[in-house]
Write a protein that binds this ligand. Structure first.
Ligand code: GDP
Length: 370
């Protein structure tokens, strides 16, 4: 080391008694932020900015990790997830969101695989999500098993994410809705959201998608298929699946019946007239015709303004849903409320107190707790 390298003003003759040596390089400052960043890294968490930068570059590993944060119930993860979502929001909204429903066995995963491959073969990127609030019980029946969509799972233009499993339908649906935002920011141009058409979850899927597709079978009565009239009314397209082999004729007959049935439904606000088509997901037949309907729908509703009107309505709907979900969780998770709830429930059951007075007392107690 030359003398020059080690020159400090303090080493000049007039600074007696003080010798400063060249030390190791120091960071400019050790702020709270950098400590936080260091600790986060230690726990394998990146900063929101790092997640967002990765997502915007289409990094699937970081996208998956961010979705895991969205799904986590830890408040530390939730906070980070919300920061990521907020930053991704301006980059979202550009995909076509398609809801797919139908009873178990109708062929949803086979269909999603066929439609999904059709979409990725056109050079588009596709994310497949699911809403299945029962998946905790059934250990992820829906999309849980990736072998159900082997071809798509191995396609680098496709991203498959099973349903978040924990919590109420509202909670599961909110997480899926937030995951849509992240997937769109990561550049997925098409999002398919699968749900089982037997409960309330199709309403949730309908409230976060642009186009709603109902898969049906020929020869099975509506009761058998568990499809309620309300779900049929939500559909923008009904596709009768398994129209192959001996089933072709039956499928065509069902097509006529369903066409007659939906003809009687009230006109849709979108001005769109839902069609009824047949397909064979297994033999990949009729997929292109279904896709043409989706594209036609998009064009028509973008042109008449309905597409974005619906999206805006969905955004405010989700704002209210999130508030309700949050308030409910805060209320029911509060330890003192939990205690009191048990007591007052007993009073109500034994006719010692009316339901309204009990509710009133709990709510009063809750607002005093805050
Ligand atoms: P999901 O429960 O609605 O997801 O239904 P799956 O996609 O798992 O399909 C249920 C069964 O129906 C599987 O054995 C599929 O191979 C079969 N399947 C699905 N689509 C078709 C189809 O278009 N034609 C025929 N013949 N079978 C199909």
């Amino acid at each position: 080391m030359s003398e020059n390298d080690n020159h400090h003003i303090e080493n000049s003759p007039e600074y007696e008694g003080l010798k400063v040596n060249q030390g190791i390089e120091q960071p400019e400052s050790v702020s709270n932020d950098s400590v936080k960043r260091f600790l986060k890294k230690k726990r394998n968490l990146l900063t929101a900015n790092e997640y967002v930068a990765g997502i915007l570059k289409g990094d699937i590993t970081l996208l998956s990790k961010a979705v895991t944060l969205v799904e986590s119930s830890k408040s530390e993860h939730q906070q980070l997830a919300q920061e990521i979502i907020t930053q991704c929001l301006p980059h979202s909204g550009k995909s076509v969101r398609i809801g797919i429903t139908g009873v178990p066995g109708v062929g949803k995963s086979t269909f999603i695989e066929a439609l999904g491959k059709y979409i990725t073969n056109r050079g588009e990127r596709l994310a497949v999500l699911a809403i299945d609030p029962s998946s905790e019980r059934t250990k992820g029946s829906i999309l849980g098993d990736k072998t159900r969509m082997e071809e798509l799972a191995g396609d680098n233009k496709a991203y498959i994410r099973p349903s978040p499993s924990a919590g109420s339908l509202g909670g599961v649906a909110r997480k899926t809705r937030e995951t849509i935002i992240l997937c769109e920011a990561a550049g997925f141009s098409h999002i398919l959201i699968e749900t089982v058409g037997v409960g309330q979850s199709e309403t949730a899927v309908h409230s976060m998608t642009d186009f709603f597709l109902l898969l049906m079978l020929a020869g099975a009565g509506d009761e058998l298929q568990g499809i309620k009239r309300g779900i049929m009314e939500m559909a923008d397209l009904i596709a009768i699946n398994k129209a192959d082999g001996n089933n072709v004729e039956k499928a065509q007959m069902a097509q006529v019946q369903y066409k007659n049935a939906i003809h009687l439904f009230p006109k849709k606000e979108s001005d769109w007239e839902p069609g009824v088509l047949t397909c064979s997901a297994f033999h990949k037949m009729g997929i292109d015709t279904i896709w043409q309907q989706v594209e036609k729908y998009k064009k028509q509703t973008v042109d008449n303004g309905y597409f974005f009107k619906k999206r805006n309505e969905q955004s405010t709907y989700w704002m209210h849903e999130t508030i309700e979900e949050h308030l409910k969780r805060n209320f029911y998770d509060h330890p003192e409320i939990k205690e009191k709830l048990k007591v007052l429930e007993n009073y109500v059951l034994n006719d010692r107190m009316s339901s309204f007075i009990a509710a009133g007392e709990l709510l009063k107690m809750y607002s005093n707790l805050k």
